[in-house]
Each structure stands twice: as C-alpha cells, then as structure tokens.
Write a protein that binds this ligand. Structure first.
Ligand code: ADP
Ligand code: TMP
Ligand code: MG
Length: 203
C-alpha cells in the first residue's frame, strides 16, 4: 500500500506523515522514516513540521545512492515513510512502488516548485499511489485554501530565474492561493498558458 501526501508548503504534509507513522508504531509495527540530507532546517535525525512536531528519521543523500539505501533499509521494516520526496530523483517512485508490495509506504512531497512547475518525483510517486492525500494550506493574502508556495526575497516575490532548490521555512516562503501566487519574469513556455496582465506578473 502506497500513500502519497502532496501539497504546498505549510499544508501539513509532515504533520500528516508523522500522524500516520505514529499510529502504525502504536499498532506495534516497525517503522523507518527517511528524509533527504539536504533538508537541514532542523536537526539531521528527525523530520520536523512547522508546528514543532518531530519524529526520528534517517537522513540519506538525495541521489541514486539515497534511493538504494531507502530500498534496502526500508525492506527491513513494516512501514516506510519518506518526507520531502521532491528532492530525490524520479527513480524513488519505482523504489517506493516496489516496497509497497509488501508493506505500508507513506511518502510526502511538494506538488509544485515556487514557479508553479510540478515536482517530477512527487508526481511520479502520486501516480503509483493507492491513495493520494492532497492537502491545502491557508493563503497568507486572502485566507482561502492555498495550493501554491510563494518564494519571497526581502519580502518581494522571487523572480522565475532563481534556483529551484532553496531550503527554507517561513522566512523565505508563504502559502498562497492560485490568485495570489506571483512569479515575476515567468516566460511563456511549455507548461500551462500564462496570463499576461492577469493573475500572474510577467516581465
Ligand atoms: P508541510 O510539511 O506541508 O510544510 P507542516 O506539517 O510542517 O507542513 O506544518 C503545518 C503547520 O504549519 C500547520 O499546522 C500550521 O501550524 C503551520 N502554518 C504556518 N503557516 C500556515 C499557513 N499559511 N497555512 C496553514 N498552516 C500554516
Ligand atoms: P515543506 O513542504 O515540508 O514545508 O518543505 C519544503 C522544502 O522545500 C523547504 O525546505 C523549502 C524547499 N523548497 C524548494 O527548495 N524549492 C521550492 O520551489 C519550494 C516551493 C520549496
Ligand atoms: Mg514538511
């Protein structure tokens, strides 16, 4: 059984992952939690939610060696959880799909990057999932459900040409709804059509 928990930052993905793992531990099952070693926001030995909840975790490199480690180590447990799956290569999806044949696998990850582009690994994991839990946060501008993550630099929307990976929390990111998500300089491209002078700032 593979459960994918997806959504923007602050949606409660890590909280939900911890809640589900904790219930399995109460039921007497062995559980391993993995996270990418890139996520150094809190300490290396736990997954931590924005509200302070935490559970012990193993930090593995967000590359093919980390995927192998999750597949090999994870096979020793009844329950395998992976947080921040967006930082791992897409091959993580097949590794988790394989593990899920014999155990419960819970995977949490970001739906979209700050530009609004899908994170491939999260989407791939969600495609294999038996159940997808799609969570929303609260838009910091209007209070409606937020499905996007706004990156802010000095309090201003970050331009589209910034790095895709930038570890951070409330000092750099906030949850926004579709209407209030702004990406200055987003080019017209292969993705969904972008509105000019509409909801998204262009140029
Ligand atoms: P995620 O892993 O999806 O980023 P967490 O589980 O770490 O989410 O954190 C969820 C917590 O973040 C909420 O319980 C709430 O306390 C806090 N939070 C901060 N900003 C927001 C927001 N804009 N919308 C919802 N929750 C928020
Ligand atoms: P969270 O989903 O548990 O809040 O953590 C998301 C992490 O991903 C956080 O460290 C910030 C990072 N991040 C990026 O690296 N690039 C992005 O485009 C976004 C939106 C977040
Ligand atoms: Mg999280």
């Amino acid at each position: 059984m593979l459960v994918a928990i997806v959504g923007p930052m602050f949606a409660g993905k890590t909280t939900e992952l911890i809640r589900r793992v904790e219930r399995q531990i109460i039921a007497g099952r062995s559980a391993a939690i993995f996270k990418p070693s890139i996520d150094s926001r809190y300490d290396a030995l736990s997954v931590a939610a924005h509200n302070g909840l935490r559970l012990r975790a193993v930090a593995v490199p967000p590359d093919e060696s980390g995927v192998r480690e999750i597949a090999e180590e994870g096979a020793k447990y009844d329950v395998v959880a992976v947080d921040e799956v967006q930082f791992f290569p897409p091959s993580l999806a097949e590794a988790l799909d394989g593990l899920a044949d014999d155990r419960l696998v819970i995977a949490a990850g970001l739906n979209l990057d700050y530009r609004g582009e899908p994170f491939e690994t999260t989407m791939r994991v969600a495609a294999y999932a038996d159940k997808v839990v799609s969570l929303t946060a609260v838009c910091k501008i209007c209070g409606r459900p937020a499905t996007r993550t706004q990156r802010l630099i000095g309090g201003r929307p970050a331009p589209a040409d910034g790095p895709r990976i930038l570890v951070g929390g409330g000092e750099t990111y906030e949850a926004r709804c579709r209407r209030h998500h702004v990406v200055p300089g987003l080019r017209e491209g292969a993705g969904a059509p972008r509105r000019i002078g509409g909801r998204r700032a262009v140029g």
